[in-house]
Design a protein around this ligand. Structure first.
Ligand SMILES: [Cu+2]
Length: 124
């Protein structure tokens, strides 16, 4: 087995520290929970979507869009930050027929970090 010199180990530690820095930055505005969940198949169509993040959201810059399998937007209402929990973004959904739906979200947290993501769910 190869043994490392002290200098090599210091170099590795520095490289590891640099490698982890972008990961820490990306942790801002992280989606922690989604209802309906990513990849889920639902027996009953949900009447709203609820996304929970790890930081408080800035409502003006936090949006959600839901599209059907043809890519057509099905949400008419705007996403809202929950009045009782500033980490939660909700949106009302019209009556969904069976099919696959994709959710595109983009949020800005109170410290001005922006993140976005996409996930899908299905209605039986
Ligand atoms: Cu942040």
């Amino acid at each position: 087995m190869k043994t490392f010199t002290r200098k090599q180990l210091m170099g590795l530690a520095t490289a590891a520290a640099i490698a982890f820095m972008p990961v820490a930055a990306l942790a801002h505005g992280k989606l922690e929970n989604a209802v309906p969940a990513s990849g889920s198949t639902l027996d009953t169509a949900p009447d709203s979507l609820r996304l929970t993040f790890n930081e408080d959201l800035e409502s003006t810059f936090s949006t959600m869009k839901v599209s059907d399998s043809t890519g057509a937007a099905i949400t008419k209402e705007k996403a809202k930050v929950d009045a009782s929990n500033p980490r939660v973004l909700t949106i009302a959904l019209p009556k969904l027929s069976s099919g696959s739906y994709s959710v595109q979200w983009a949020v800005m947290t109170h410290d001005a970090h922006k993140t976005k993501g996409t996930y899908t769910f299905q209605v039986k």
